[in-house]
Design a protein around this ligand. Structure first.
Ligand code: ZN
Length: 548
């Protein structure tokens, strides 16, 4: 792939590249990463996220804008010859999972939007030659715990252009009013974190400690103590306030507070969700391997309240019961309950060693033993003795517990409505190992499940990675009506990859290896990554919120 003049401008900065090769000096990426790490970490702490575009575009305005754009493009064929596109992605196999377009086209981008999809060649100031490559909508990751540049970088290099923290959520949610310029590697957004609100009400000192240390001790009172009526009312008020501030639904970590959240609190969460028309993103209470009681609880609560529910990582929660769980979801959907789900194509879970997950009979629940648990920092496989010692001495330590079977993942991805989301762990540096989900989820779906095993078509896989997540969110966050599609007027969030070579290189031993075969990632109209390196033009990401 030839890349110009983006590559040239980046090369000028590094003073080291060979013009015309399209290869970038890695120093550019390094400089960008270092600066970005600082900016991103500080931004999260101070909630000073800034954005280039207002995300709170009403659907009415968007509809009019889109119509005007369509008319403009239809009536002005000369536009293509004028050559004033900011970027042209030339001659790739353009796939749009919504309209089923799958043909060689050139894509013209201006002001961050797709303004032409043409059989004829287009002229622009920058040109990406995508001959022989797939050009598709950028991926939308509904479930990521990335908090800083190292994690966002991995996701970008896996084709993710929108990184969302919807399972655990945030408190307070990032505010629109603080978002005035683009500084993030990808678009980003968060649900309202019920757990953090619960902490602020029941254990405010614990929450301050999280803010100070960045570490969460899930054995504290916020995760173990039932709320009083007064505390529940305070939690409700804060959830409602944060949804009004733009939170993308409610993140509900029920499994991590299995004994603490009673029926009244659970039903309150679904009542508020229904009131505001946003989904509850739930990590369901887990039973013994395969037991669907936790799923039944969420579907029933959503149905009673008239709320929407999204079941996080169904493969990890259902385990050997994945087919039964998916049958139940299908049945609920058939009777009109708005329930969706997602999976990740990996085989281990991540949890703090102090979390409630390990306070129960976890060996029976997961059908595993101490020897199936890895200490993430070092990759060390634990024994009963080391497990208990770390639990005492390092409650903030991350583990990887290997309990998911590949066959469960295949059963999940074969259902047509199941989305893909990575469940990437928080990552502030590459010193500490975590599960490889953040670096290779999309690539593993496209390489292993599409190309090697042919479990689903390429277009279908792209829908699970982009269109379906956009549809899950667009009813209350209209910015998503412009994402997940490769269509005129859509946001120019685009991935360019080689369908013959795309694949995950990340593994449990090498969790940060970027995907193979991913050639370019465009965020907000600018080439943010190219052949595994960040570009000088990275940081085009914007905050996405729900409409007010
Ligand atoms: Zn989870």
């Amino acid at each position: 792939m030839r890349l110009s003049p983006v590559a040239k401008s980046a090369c000028k900065m590094s003073q080291k590249c060979q013009e015309g090769t399209g290869l970038l000096d890695s120093g550019v990426g390094k400089a960008a990463r270092t600066t970005g790490g600082l900016v991103t970490a500080l931004s999260w702490v101070s909630a000073q996220w800034v954005t280039r575009n207002s995300s709170a575009v009403s659907s009415g305005f968007w509809g009019m804008w889109r119509l005007a754009l369509l008319l403009c493009c239809v009536q002005s064929p000369l536009l293509q010859a004028v050559g004033d596109y900011d970027l042209v992605i030339h001659g790739g196999r353009v796939i749009d999972p919504e309209t089923n377009l799958d043909a060689v086209r050139s894509v013209g981008i201006r002001n961050g939007r797709i303004e032409a999809i043409s059989e004829a060649a287009l002229v622009g100031r920058e040109r990406l030659d995508a001959s022989g490559l797939v050009v598709a909508p950028g991926f939308i990751n509904l479930h990521s715990h990335s908090v800083a540049a190292p994690g966002y970088r991995l996701e970008l290099l896996d084709g993710v252009t929108t990184v969302l923290e919807l399972e655990a959520g945030r408190f307070p949610v990032p505010r629109r009013e603080h978002a005035t310029n683009a500084t993030a590697l990808t678009h980003y957004g968060a649900s309202v974190g019920h757990a953090w609100i619960r902490m602020s009400v029941i254990d405010p000192e614990g929450l301050r400690e999280v803010a100070r240390s960045g570490k969460v001790d899930m054995s504290g009172p916020a995760f173990t103590q039932v709320a009083s009526d007064d505390q529940r009312e305070q939690i409700e008020t804060l959830i409602a306030r944060e949804i009004a501030a733009g939170g993308l639904g409610i993140g509900f970590l029920l499994d991590y507070m299995a004994s603490a959240v009673d029926e009244a609190e659970r039903d309150m969460v679904f009542r508020v969700a229904a009131q505001y028309g946003v989904p509850v993103f739930a990590h369901v209470r887990r039973g013994i391997d395969g037991d669907p009681a936790g799923l039944d609880e969420i579907i029933a609560a959503a149905e009673r309240a008239g709320a929407s529910a999204h079941i996080c990582h169904i493969n990890a929660s259902a385990m050997s019961g994945v087919s039964v769980w998916l049958d139940k979801i299908d049945a609920a959907r058939a009777r009109g309950v708005d329930v969706t789900t997602e999976m990740f194509p990996w085989t281990a879970g991540s949890a703090l060693i102090s979390s409630d997950v390990f306070s129960r009979d976890w060996r029976r629940i997961f059908s595993i033993d101490y020897g199936d648990v890895q200490w993430a920092e070092t990759g060390e496989w634990l024994t009963e003795e080391t497990f208990e010692r770390y639990q005492q001495e390092r409650p903030d330590g991350q583990t990887m517990h290997h309990y998911i079977r590949e066959e469960w993942n295949r059963l999940a991805i074969e259902r047509p409505h199941v989305m893909v989301a990575s469940d990437a762990m928080p990552l502030t540096s590459y010193d500490r190992k975590v599960v490889p989900n953040g670096a290779g989820t999309s690539a593993r779906i496209l390489g292993q499940y599409v190309r090697e095993e042919q479990l689903l078509t390429l277009s279908d896989a792209l829908a699970r990675l982009s269109l379906l997540p956009a549809r899950r969110l667009e009813s209350f966050a209209p910015a998503f009506a412009r994402k997940g599609r490769l269509q005129l007027g859509a946001d120019a969030d685009i991935v360019v990859f080689d369908a013959d070579t795309i694949g995950a290189r990340a593994s449990y031993l090498e969790p940060f290896a970027p995907a193979a075969g991913l050639r370019a990632v465009v965020v907000g109209g600018a080439v943010a990554a190219h052949d595994g390196e960040l570009m000088a033009e990275a940081y085009g990401g914007a905050l996405i919120t729900a409409s007010p």
